[in-house]
Ligand binder design. Structure first.
Ligand SMILES: [Zn+2]
Length: 334
């Protein structure tokens, strides 16, 4: 059953709910029903004693990487383990459970999902079967789970990632869907989960872990490359306000959805924030003054971003998308 919660702010306290008692499935010593992986797989320590992450290889999911292309992580508290993201196959999800078991006997109580894209969610099935943990995601994930794209992607992965994705693989929807933010307390740790999308997917969310100051940023914060904004689903205003919220929490370490963890979280956040602000300011000025997009684009000095990866591929499309938004807003406020 899915609980859709519309309140803009939700507080969950493990101490005051019966989640632990009802959600834990005891599987004893029964073997995992999911095919084993053969790639090296282990949890990396972050130098923070209770937080770990799994780092996928960059690239497209294929037979060689066995679908291990994204990151996931977990936080061990005295009341249970909170997992962030579930990797790209049920077998990888099962491997995560194995690795977590090497570190702690605490029950895995929750899995928070950054966004519903295949490379981050197929592991949910195994996590669910093996632990019974509650899946938390932003409520617009139903756009993915109910949609055709999800079926098409699953068929593609059944071919590309056999035997780890097969006929029995299914997309697991969230048990608890939130709208704007949700705060979860477990043991001495506090988890602030914010909706930041629609950014690169409708449900894009980030999770801040305190007191450690570790931010799981999903796919929307990448330092040192031009982010992708050119989709009708992107809302740069929401994106910026979510970054503002996590910046206030002063994160130290940032774990992106792909690539290496960054030990300078604020730098990565500021980079993405400043890029969004820059494009928005320039395109707003153009729309307000009835300057055509081509002229406006040519007049902007892009030199601070020109040398970065993905500039050629993304920047003009990004600017155009934001220009259209600003034009729309200028018309409405006329
Ligand atoms: Zn991804």
């Amino acid at each position: 059953m899915i609980h859709i919660i519309d309140a803009s702010k939700i507080l969950l306290s493990l101490a005051s709910t019966a989640l632990l008692a009802t959600s834990q499935v005891v599987i004893g010593a029964s073997p995992s029903p999911f095919p084993d992986i053969s790639i090296p797989f282990s949890a990396h320590s972050l130098g923070v004693k209770n937080i770990f992450y799994f780092r996928g290889e960059s690239g497209v999911p294929d037979q060689k990487n066995e679908g291990f292309t994204s990151n996931a992580g977990f936080v061990v508290t005295i009341q249970g383990v909170i997992v962030f993201d579930a990797l790209g196959t049920p077998s990888l999800g099962a491997a995560m459970v194995n690795e977590i078991r090497k570190i702690t006997d605490q029950p895995i109580t929750h899995i928070v999902v950054s966004h519903y894209h295949a490379d981050h969610i197929y592991g949910l099935q195994a996590l669910k079967v093996l632990t019974g943990a509650e899946v938390i995601a932003q409520k617009s994930t139903h756009l993915y789970t109910d949609g055709r794209d999800s079926e098409k992607r699953l068929k593609q992965r059944q071919q590309a990632l056999a035997p780890w994705v097969d006929k029995t693989t299914r997309v697991v929807p969230p048990d608890l869907a939130f709208k704007d933010e949700i705060i979860l307390h477990s043991g001495n740790d506090r988890f602030s989960i914010y909706h930041a999308g629609p950014a690169h997917a409708p449900g894009d969310s980030m999770m801040m872990v305190e007191p450690a100051g570790v931010l799981f940023a999903g796919d929307i914060i990448q330092s040192g490359r031009v982010p992708f904004l050119n989709s009708p689903q992107v809302d740069t205003e929401n994106w910026m306000s979510a970054i503002e919220k996590v910046k206030k929490l002063n994160p130290v370490v940032l774990i992106p959805g792909h690539g290496k963890a960054s030990e300078n979280a604020m730098e990565a956040l500021n980079f993405t924030y400043d890029y969004l602000a820059f494009v928005r300011n320039k395109m707003k000025a153009a729309a307000d003054n009835w300057i055509s997009f081509e002229d406006a684009y040519r007049q902007v000095d892009w030199s601070r971003y020109e040398e970065l990866p993905a500039f050629d591929a993304s920047n003009k499309g990004n600017a155009y998308r934001v220009f259209l938004d600003m034009e729309q807003k200028a018309l409405v406020s006329e």
